[in-house]
Design a protein around this ligand. Structure first.
Ligand code: SAM
Length: 287
């Protein structure tokens, strides 16, 4: 039987001690390859949980990716008692600990499995949260973008967060920036320094909020393929890259956009890339 740590997570000031004790009691050695590092700062846990409440006041359920030992799960469940918190965790060793949390918070549901496989079939839950496992951040971001979530309040490596909110021409501007900014309004919420996690990761993290603008439709699909190819010619002129990426299309229709033709690929704004995708989509439907 696992000691019920839920109230301890919420009441103890020193979460470092609580987490270490819990792991040692359960004989769990953390796995780096699953990005197992836990947020142990009460203020940050409260901040994220309150942000869920503020951003999604009328939603009835929250999905958490990578619940781990349930440190964030218990805060979110306690501060959002009107919502069901579906906690997804791939590591079976945490199942017992998460089940013990359910005794105190019946609004927690546990799903043991791979979030990458589970999310695509999830319906009816509009917000996803989580301190994403770093080794699969990109795949999770793409999976979330293609899902039916309206909101994502997620913690990622600071460098990834900066990439997501970057602007055309920035060093970190890339295909994930364009893909996410096409589908979401993206907001950098706050930085969380390394020392607020146990074990301490190598880099700082940041919380971002993605608010859905569009669903993943045929245009988004086309844009996804287009930017994958164009950004493999990142520093080449748009003209050259387009000739390589759009073989078989009438690119003459793009000639009227004189302003984009001489730019470098990394200087193309999201709107300009969307414009190209719309023109190509039009040709496809006319064929
Ligand atoms: N929720 C805790 C927190 O916020 O402190 C832990 C976050 S920790 C960075 C990431 C968690 O994701 C780990 O518990 C890890 O086991 C889990 N995880 C890793 N890969 C996963 C996957 N494919 N599906 C679901 N969970 C995964």
């Amino acid at each position: 039987m696992v000691t019920n740590f839920s109230s301890t997570f919420l009441s103890e000031r020193n979460l470092y001690k609580v987490v270490k004790q819990l792991l040692s009691d359960e004989g769990i050695r953390l796995k780096k390859k699953l990005s197992q590092t836990f947020l142990i700062d009460r203020e940050e846990l409260e901040y994220i949980s309150n942000k869920v409440k503020e951003s999604a006041p009328n939603y009835c359920c929250v999905v958490e990716v990578g619940a781990g030992i349930g440190n964030l799960t218990s805060y979110v469940a306690a501060l959002n008692s009107d919502k069901i918190v579906i906690a997804i965790e791939v590591d079976k060793r945490f199942a017992k600990i998460l089940k013990a949390l359910q005794e105190e918070f019946p609004n927690i549901d546990i799903v043991i499995g791979d979030a990458l496989k589970i999310i695509p079939s999830m319906r009816g839950c509009s917000i996803v949260i989580g301190n994403l496992p770093y080794h699969i951040t990109s795949s999770l971001l793409v999976t979330i973008a293609k899902s039916s979530f309206d909101l994502a309040l997620i913690t990622v490596q600071k460098e990834v967060a900066e990439r997501i909110v970057s602007k055309a021409g920035d060093k970190s501007y890339g295909k994930i920036t364009v893909f996410l900014q096409h589908l979401f309004e993206v907001n950098y919420i706050k930085t969380i320094p390394q020392y607020k996690f146990y074990p301490k990761p190598c880099v700082d993290s940041a919380v971002i909020l993605l608010k859905r603008k569009k669903s993943y439709d045929t245009i988004a699909q086309l844009l996804e393929h287009l930017i994958k190819c164009l950004f493999s010619f990142r520093r080449k002129t748009v003209g050259k890259a387009i000739k390589n990426c759009l073989k078989g299309f009438r690119i003459s229709e793009l000639y009227r956009f004189q302003e984009i033709w001489k730019k470098r690929v990394y200087q193309l704004s999201v709107e300009e890339l969307e414009k190209i995708a719309y023109i190509i989509a039009n040709q496809k439907t006319r064929k």
